[in-house]
Ligand binder design. Structure first.
Ligand SMILES: NC(=O)c1ccc[n+]([C@@H]2O[C@H](COP(=O)([O-])OP(=O)(O)OC[C@H]3O[C@@H](n4cnc5c(N)ncnc54)[C@H](O)[C@@H]3O)[C@@H](O)[C@H]2O)c1
Length: 338
């Protein structure tokens, strides 16, 4: 018999409403509550599941609801700490959207609270559930690639998407590049970054409070060199939703992950675009893609299944490397890591 899991989502915005939809439709899962200071928004999201309650804060939630298996935290990056620590201290498993936080000390405090309470902590690095990246990693772990020599990791999108939502709130590196940083650290298991040099520019989007593009070169302890390229400044007419790819050259083989072409191209009378088939497409009325696969995997992980959910410690590593890129871009100097 499938064990029924009671889940709550904190933060009912862009990501939280999708988490809620996915949990509401998941077999063996009950969406118990939604938390957001905007109670109207929380109510709209809670309407996805019969009997789902709403609360204005995590304090109000935890004063009433203790019988929860998992809380998914989808608040803005700088507001992950307080709900994550409180949920862990209540003995409930924690899932935090990426990045774990915008600050290393907050990330460490979240990890410490979860370890002290002996609850699980997962972080939302959904690319680990994209079949292309996951299969590429298997090529690595199966030995078909040999030793990794060089990686190129790219993630470019239109100025009308990310900067519109996150301009003035989130740096490009912490929102976009961090996905590839997690992926590279996952691929290069056993190596650690030793030096970082990065440059970024804000000639277009500086006025909107964010950066146009970032280029970083990272050297790893085993000698692998990684070239990161991220931009959210493509023109609004760009056909790609996200032009993402990863190319790896190894001593015995190479791979290329191509996500630039979503495989679904739409043209109307005065516009054209590719439609998402990767992250959160609606397929037959339900949210699908790597986000849904990740949240399904998360519940299986809570039940003890081996799943590639990023842990708090994985997320701390990706945060530290991404912050080092930002530090290098700001100073113009190479940042050396331990
Ligand atoms: N995995 C991905 O690809 C991906 C994509 C986008 C965003 N994110 C991450 O998801 C998180 C949420 O981003 P978003 O785009 O959904 O933001 P958003 O602004 O759309 O939603 C955040 C919601 O949190 C609510 N909120 C603020 N403070 C709160 C508090 N103390 N308690 C409860 N609710 C609170 C806000 O009212 C808002 O409704 C961020 O960490 C972001 O970086 C991840």
């Amino acid at each position: 018999m499938i064990k029924r899991r009671r889940v709550t989502v904190i933060g009912a915005g862009f990501m939280g409403s999708m988490h809620a939809s996915i949990f509401a439709n998941m077999v063996g899962c009950e969406l118990a509550a939604i938390v957001d200071p905007n109670l109207d928004l929380a109510g709209v999201v809670a309407a996805k599941a019969p009997g789902c309650k709403v609360y204005a804060s995590h304090e109000a939630l935890l004063a009433v609801e203790r019988d929860l298996d998992l809380v998914s935290i989808c608040t803005p990056d700088n507001l992950h700490l307080a709900p994550a620590v409180a949920v862990a201290q209540a003995g409930i498993n924690v899932f935090v959207e990426k990045p774990i936080s915008s600050k290393v000390e907050d990330a460490r405090a979240i990890i410490a609270a979860c370890e002290a309470a002996k609850v699980k902590l997962g972080v939302g690095y959904l690319l680990r559930f994209d079949p292309r990246y996951a299969a590429a990693r298997e090529l690595m772990t199966s030995g078909k690639i040999g030793e990794p020599i060089h990686i190129y990791a790219r993630r470019n999108s239109a100025r009308t998407e990310g900067p519109k939502r996150y301009g003035g709130k989130l740096p490009l590196a912490l929102h976009v590049t961090v996905h590839d940083v997690d992926m590279v650290l996952w691929m290069l298991d056993g190596q650690h970054p030793v030096s970082v040099y990065a440059q970024q520019t804000d000639r277009l989007l500086g006025a909107a409070g964010t950066q146009d593009s970032l280029a970083a070169i990272v050297r790893f302890s085993g000698g692998t060199v990684v070239n990161f390229e991220s931009a959210w400044s493509l023109p609004s007419g760009a056909r790609h939703m996200i032009d993402a790819r990863m190319e790896l050259i190894g001593t015995e083989g190479a791979f290329e992950v191509q996500c630039g072409d979503s495989g679904l191209y739409y043209a109307g009378s005065d516009n054209s675009r590719e439609i998402d088939t990767q992250h959160w497409p609606t397929v037959n009325g339900r949210i699908d893609g790597d986000l849904a696969r990740q949240l399904n995997g998360l519940l299986a992980w809570l039940d003890g299944a081996a799943m590639p959910i990023a842990t708090g410690r994985d997320a701390l590593r990706s945060l530290e490397l991404t912050l080092a890129m930002m530090q290098s871009a700001e100073s113009g100097e190479i940042v050396r890591l331990g």
